[in-house]
Write a protein that binds this ligand. Structure first.
Ligand code: MLT
Length: 325
């Protein structure tokens, strides 16, 4: 008669072996990457470029599912509650960290409900406006926004989005406020900026570069402390009247917590290949950004970075008095 312990150990070994075998065969079907903003925006652009390359490495389709709303928290919640089998991932940005301070009741824990896979890219932002907004320079825009206060409409992708964070910092710096208009992503917001239905937006170069170069929108500055090579005519906000103004939008890839290590390692390896893919690197450069250094494309480094960002932005957000229920 085999002891209970022997039977238990045998069952445990079988389960572990089965799990390892599943992980070793992974992926055996398409992988879904949830983008927590509408299609056509900057997060979607980064995700589709990375997914296209990861598909080649993984030998399975990597599909994008756009789940917009509530500044990216609806999409993040979807992945937090998904099976940890490696088939539902999240590609999110700085909003994953800022939501911790902005939302009083997040339906997930941004630090413990996810398994980090690696950081991807850090994207500059641009302060842009509809083509016929009167100010011609950043200095004129500062005066205009202050003089018109609530009459200026400011687009963002919801509380917790990068465009919301940048807009909040801009209004704090100008000691004024505007009328904010929230969209499910800055893809749809850009459509309204192009049509003149909204005045102003702070958005990532991955979404604004084409429209700026096409002369379809006005651009006043970039939000990095150094100029963006692909937008050489744009001054930094720091040098154009907003001393010290700096915000850039880092992006990372996540799986639900508890995802098996062999799967995490396979996804991390495919992400590293994608961020060396000449097509991805060139497209990133055309859009004002570049892959992060390889040392940051690491699950542990990514995890530590998110924690540090939560600690960094929480006091800034609390000082601005912004929150969402
Ligand atoms: C943001 O503002 O967080 C992003 O630009 C939203 C998006 O990617 O559409």
């Amino acid at each position: 008669m085999r002891s209970v312990k022997t039977v238990f150990m045998a069952a445990l070994a079988t389960t572990l072996l089965a799990g390892t075998a599943l992980a070793q065969d992974y992926p055996t079907k398409p992988v879904t990457v949830v983008v927590p903003f509408a299609a056509g925006g900057p997060t979607d652009t980064v995700a589709r470029l990375v997914a296209q390359s990861m598909s080649k490495t993984l030998g399975q389709q990597v599909l994008i599912e756009n789940v917009g709303g509530a500044g990216g928290t609806l999409g993040a919640a979807r992945v937090a509650k998904s099976p940890n089998d490696g088939y539902t991932l999240l590609l999110h940005h700085i909003g994953h960290a800022t939501a911790v301070a902005l939302y009083r009741k997040l339906p997930y824990n941004a630090l413990t409900d996810f398994q980090t896979i690696g950081l991807i890219t850090d994207v500059p932002m641009t302060i842009v406006a509809k083509a016929d907004l009167p100010p011609k320079t950043m200095a004129e825009l500062i005066d205009y926004v202050k003089a018109n206060k609530d009459k200026v409409s400011l687009a963002n992708a919801g509380i917790g989005s990068a465009s919301h964070l940048c807009g909040m910092m801009l209004m704090s710096a100008l000691q004024t406020q505007a009328t904010t208009v929230a969209y499910t992503g800055t893809g749809p917001a850009m459509n309204n900026l192009l049509g003149g239905q909204v005045d102003l937006m702070c958005d990532q170069t991955t979404n604004t570069t084409g429209q700026i170069k096409g002369g379809k929108i006005k651009a006043y500055s970039v939000t990095t402390l150094t100029k963006v090579p692909s937008l050489p005519d744009l001054p930094t906000a720091d040098s154009a009247g907003l001393k010290g103004f700096e915000v850039a939008v880092w992006h990372g890839l996540y799986a639900p917590k508890g995802t098996a290590e062999p799967i995490v390692n396979k996804l991390n390896a495919a992400l590293k290949v994608a961020l060396k893919d000449p097509t991805v690197v060139q497209r990133f450069a055309d859009l004002g950004t570049e892959p992060v250094p390889e040392a940051k494309i690491d699950p542990k480094a990514h995890e530590a970075f998110v924690k540090a960002e939560v600690d960094k932005w929480s006091p800034v957000i609390k000082a601005a008095g912004e929150y969402a229920d």
